[in-house]
Design a protein around this ligand. Structure first.
Ligand code: PDD
Length: 288
């Protein structure tokens, strides 16, 4: 039995009483978009940024946003509070609603709006201490990876391939250029300079990614948004992966080979610390 509170199409109800019709286009076509928003101390992390990215994803699939940001914020906060506030991971999904199965858009069909919230599992201490392993794989996804679409089959297959190889994440390469992880953005560090691929249609504009660059800028840490290939990735002193649920993870093994000195590096230590300080400021109410 799952009695966590979820929001579904205007109602707050226990998860095990929330149902979607089988002809929902999210189910039959993967026709929808989503967001994952962490909450710390019950406060939603970078909510405005997440809602703006949601607007962009919705525009990308030509689905109208049924609610204002104020209304979204109110509903999201209620879901977090009803589930005990604290540290949570909020999942929000919109689909093009339910209709007979036709590829073309249905007319006058309201979207399905779903929100759930689960305790945010902290990153394992061992992963922060020793880093994680990643493998490089060809980026087999479509050409609109900036849209946070619920149709994640390539990402799932790539992540599983990494897991099967004893690694935690797949680092993706498209036309010789590194794009991102299967569910994370990517950074490298060389001689103290942080590099991350520039935004564009081949990667998700990560909220964590943007905050890392913001923290770097305000702390006079040098960074560059530019493309690089597998060779540069293999030669990097440090590799990091970023996401809302895993924050910033150091990668210490790539394709079975040691990255840099084989330990989370000094640049990661610094940015990780700045990130933790930012979270503390959020919990204290010092930042939005
Ligand atoms: N994924 N790139 C991809 C392909 C992702 O799926 C994610 C996050 C990111 C990082 O974005 P952000 O910093 O905004 O979380 C980058 C989420 C967490 C998920 O699918 O569960």
């Amino acid at each position: 039995m799952n009695t966590d509170t979820v929001y579904l199409n205007g109602k707050f109800l226990p998860q095990d009483q929330a149902f979607v019709p089988v002809m929902d286009r999210g189910f039959v076509f993967g026709d929808g978009v989503y967001e994952v928003i962490p909450a710390y101390g019950g406060r939603l992390f970078r909510l405005d940024e997440h809602l703006r990215r949601l607007d962009d994803s919705l525009a990308g699939i030509r689905l109208n946003n049924p609610m204002s940001h104020t209304k979204w914020a109110k509903i999201l906060k209620r879901v977090v509070n009803e589930n005990g506030a604290g540290e949570q991971s909020v999942y929000l999904q919109l689909t093009r609603g339910h209709a007979p199965r036709e590829h073309g858009f249905p007319q006058n069909t309201p979207p399905t709006v779903f929100i759930s919230s689960n305790p945010l599992t902290p990153v394992a201490e061992a992963q922060l201490k020793n880093g994680i392993a990643a493998i490089s794989l060809e980026d087999i996804r479509w050409k609109h990876c900036h849209i946070k679409a619920i149709s994640l089959l390539p990402n799932i297959l790539l992540r599983q391939q990494a897991i099967d190889a004893g690694a935690q994440e797949a680092i993706l390469i498209r036309d010789g250029q590194v794009t991102e992880g299967a569910a994370s953005n990517l950074f490298i560090v060389n001689d103290g300079l942080i590099k991350t691929p520039a935004k564009g249609p081949f990667l998700l504009p990560g909220i964590t990614r943007d905050l890392i660059l913001e923290l770097a800028a305000t702390n006079n840490i040098k960074y560059q948004e530019s493309s690089f290939g597998l060779n540069e990735l293999q030669q990097a002193d440090e590799i990091w992966l970023s996401s809302s649920t895993k924050e910033i993870l150091p990668v210490t093994k790539l394709d079975g080979k040691t990255v840099g000195r084989g330990q989370p590096g000094p640049a990661w230590q610094q940015i990780h610390q700045l990130y933790q300080n930012y979270k503390r400021a959020l919990i204290a109410g010092d930042v939005e």
